[in-house]
Design a protein around this ligand. Sequence first.
Ligand code: UN1
Length: 477
Amino acid sequence: MLHQNFIAGEWTEGVAVNRNINPSNLDDVVGEYARADAAQTEAAIAAAHDAFPAWARTTPEERADILDRVGTEILARKDELGRLLSREEGKTLPEGVGEAVRAGRIFKFFAGEALRVAGEKIPSVRAGVEVEVTREPEGVVGIITPWNFPIAIPAWKIAPALAYGNCVVFKPADLVPGCGWALAEILSRSGLPAGVFNLVMGSGSQVGNAIVTSPKVRAVSFTGSVDTGRRVAADCVARGAKVQLEMGGKNPLVVLDDADLAIAVGAAVNGAFFSTGQRCTASSRLIVQAGIHDRFVDAVSERLSRLKVDDALKPGTDIGPVVSQDQLDQDLSYIDIGRKEGARLVTGGERLNRETPGYYLAPALFTETTNAMRINREEIFGPVATVIRVKDYEEALAVANDTVFGLSSGICTTSLKYASDFKRRSSAGMVMVNLPTAGVDYHVPFGGRKGSSYGPREQGAYAREFYTAVKTAYTLA
Ligand code: UN1
């Protein structure tokens, strides 16, 4: 069966076929998915544009009911969707199921939010005049998502877009179209009028470019690489469209001498290596105070040597494969760069063979690194972490903040003083204490500073900043 695009309420053939390959077993084809071109994308945008006036007039309750139904179905099918996710992306089955649950809960959360779009009534400075501040949907929203969270990120963009009355043109990552398609199929049966939600699978150069440059698309929400994000922003700003970007990270996890060692090791291993390290929130720089350094490195290496790297769907697997050959090449090239820069590879970094042909890589830990090294400046996006030794808290904080990124950061300490100070002075959008830098709640704002993010926050009630336009109305009564 060819999985088609969903345009103007119709399942539609593409211009090419994309074979979705399982990174745990390259002989396993997850499915065949249609690839659209720019003209088909424009048809989807036109359909969304035509559907918008009527959709914008629906009641919050109608929209809430639809989102609630979608959330209920995702939760009921969490095992099947989680399996599909792990099969196409390579994160372990518990991680895949966990992500499907998160997607379901996000739809439920925004079902409630649809009912909570309040305005304000403010006395004017002029006698007899009343001022009202209200929110309206933006119009057609373009949604472009990455391969590393194939269902949660689409959910946290599509659900608020629809909740606030926008129409959607959604492009999932070309590498993992399966979950995006499954979500679209659920949405296609949810009661949405034709054209309100459109799925357009395909390449960035065809589909992505058509979305970003169309004058009919009022707002674009993008999660992905820094380079692509910058281009998306430039195109959107040039034509005056709203844009929201979530891009890279080089997230620091500080471990102070007074940390609980077990908590610190748990946070580091989870934050740096779970989901194969393929999270923009990954704890990729471990900044460790001298007094605990050796004990911490020994404990992390020991834990890493016990982790099972294998087929994502196998029970007992801790770390699945890297997502693709390109990503594996990038990881291996950074491991080489780290060695040449003089860092010490204490464990991992080599390709592994398993029963099935897949992109297996042993989780790599570098020590004796400096924050100036490329492995500490550039996002690797794989199961590779570094340790930077520091003498005290002030040096740890300075190193943590010395990065062009600013998505998340963390500190492991038993000191309230240092924890509070770090929360205040960290230059990241999200700060964690005694927790991994990755793994966030779905009902609170998500986003970073500096080179990591651009535009209003995603998720939680804050999502309305991006998905609505504010109107100020004056009445002489
Ligand atoms: C998380 O850490 O729970 O691409 C979410 C990413 C982020 C999402 C991280 N946008 O890794």
